[in-house]
Structure formats: C-alpha cells, structure tokens
Design a protein around this ligand. Structure first.
Ligand SMILES: CC(C)(COP(=O)(O)OP(=O)(O)OC[C@H]1O[C@@H](n2cnc3c(N)ncnc32)[C@H](O)[C@@H]1OP(=O)(O)O)[C@@H](O)C(=O)NCCC(=O)NCCS
Length: 167
C-alpha cells in the first residue's frame, strides 16, 4: 500500500486515505492535550493510535468511509470524516486539526464538504441525517457545526447531539 486515495478537495484542503507511515503525524495529534481536551478519550498513547490508524484503514477498505487524513499546502493538518453513532443508525461527523491550523475557518470548510459528501453517498441502511456529538464546553466545535448548517437536537450520554437536515 503506497498510494493515497483522494476523497475530496476544498479550496484549501485535501482529504485522503491513510498510509501506515502516517503513524507519527497522527500519534502527535492524539498526544496533544489541547487538541484532545474535548474528546471523550482524552490524549491517546502511540499504541492506541496505531490501533485507531489500522481501524481507519480497514474501515475504508470495507465500506469506503471512515476518518481520513487532512492535508493543506504545508502538509498534514489533522483527521476528519465519519464514524457510526452508537446505536442510533446515523453517520457521525468528526474533525481534529493541529493547533497551528485553528482559527482560520478550516474546520468549517471541511465540515461543509463532509456534509456534502454524506449527502452524495447515502447508505440505505443508515438514517439520512448526519449527526455530530460534542462535549458541552467545546464552543469552537458547536460554532463550526452551526456555521455548517447543523442544529442541536438533544443530549445523549452527556454529549450534545447535532443533526444536519435531510438532503
Ligand atoms: C474544533 C476545531 C476543529 C475548530 O477548528 P477551526 O478551524 O479553528 O474552526 P473554524 O475556524 O472553522 O471555526 C471556529 C469558530 O469557533 C469560534 N470559536 C473558537 N473558540 C471559541 C470559544 N472558545 N468560544 C466560542 N467560540 C469559539 C471561532 O471564533 C469561529 O467562529 P467564527 O467564524 O464565528 O468567528 C479545532 O479547534 C480542533 O481541532 N479542536 C480539537 C478537536 C475537537 O474539539 N474536535 C471536535 C470534537 S466534537
């Protein structure tokens, strides 16, 4: 496995599949306390990140969607894409960017593009709405979702639940 598959492009970003050699970049992102402050897992070890990376690669191979690698003109910028919301039958969007990239509208650009990707790639077995789960206090993520056209629909297991409208 030596080639990345391109999933989508935005004016400033490119989303691709992963290579095993991305472990250093992803492990550094997952070890950053600030980046992981509002994630339910908290900072992750290199061993845990290796498992996550293998899962991302396997999930994409099996169903064509997972969490993907984000890059900008300067190289690696983070990860973004989809998971399966626990028990609800919805796709769930998620995004994490390196700190140096924050505050420039990139997560909003990405989330709008992922929302479009979701609408363009429906899965009949899943609910049509795209969801996002956010820990209370993650104001930046709530704002990203608001700007990308999501609305708050409730709370589940201590997390705020957001949904995109039907396509
Ligand atoms: C959340 C995250 C993806 C946002 O990325 P970003 O590229 O900086 O987001 P954007 O620039 O597109 O938009 C951020 C918005 O939140 C606002 N914001 C940032 N920090 C804020 C805060 N503490 N309180 C209120 N609003 C805040 C910004 O002003 C901006 O809104 P505006 O355009 O109206 O000014 C980034 O901070 C990150 O990776 N965080 C760690 C991982 C994470 O929390 N992921 C989400 C899990 S649900």
């Amino acid at each position: 496995m030596t080639d990345r598959e391109e999933i989508l492009r935005t004016p400033r970003l490119r989303l691709t599949t992963w290579l095993p050699s991305d472990l250093d970049d992803l492990a550094a992102l997952h070890a950053d306390v600030e980046v992981m402050r509002h994630m339910t897992t908290g900072p992750q070890t290199r061993a845990a990140t290796r498992e996550r990376l293998e899962t991302f690669i396997d999930e994409h191979r099996q169903r064509d969607w997972s969490k993907w690698r984000v890059e900008g003109a300067s190289g690696f910028l983070g990860r973004a894409g989809f998971g399966l919301a626990h028990g609800s039958g919805h796709r769930e969007v998620g995004y994490l960017l390196v700190r140096a990239a924050w505050g420039a509208g990139l997560a909003t650009e990405l989330t709008r593009a992922l929302r479009q990707w979701h609408d363009d790639h429906p899965e009949p077995a899943l609910a049509p709405e795209l969801r996002a789960y956010v820990l209370p206090g993650n104001e930046a993520s709530c704002r990203v979702l608001e700007k990308a056209g999501f609305r708050a629909v409730g709370e589940e297991d201590g997390q705020l639940v957001f949904e995109s409208g039907r396509p």
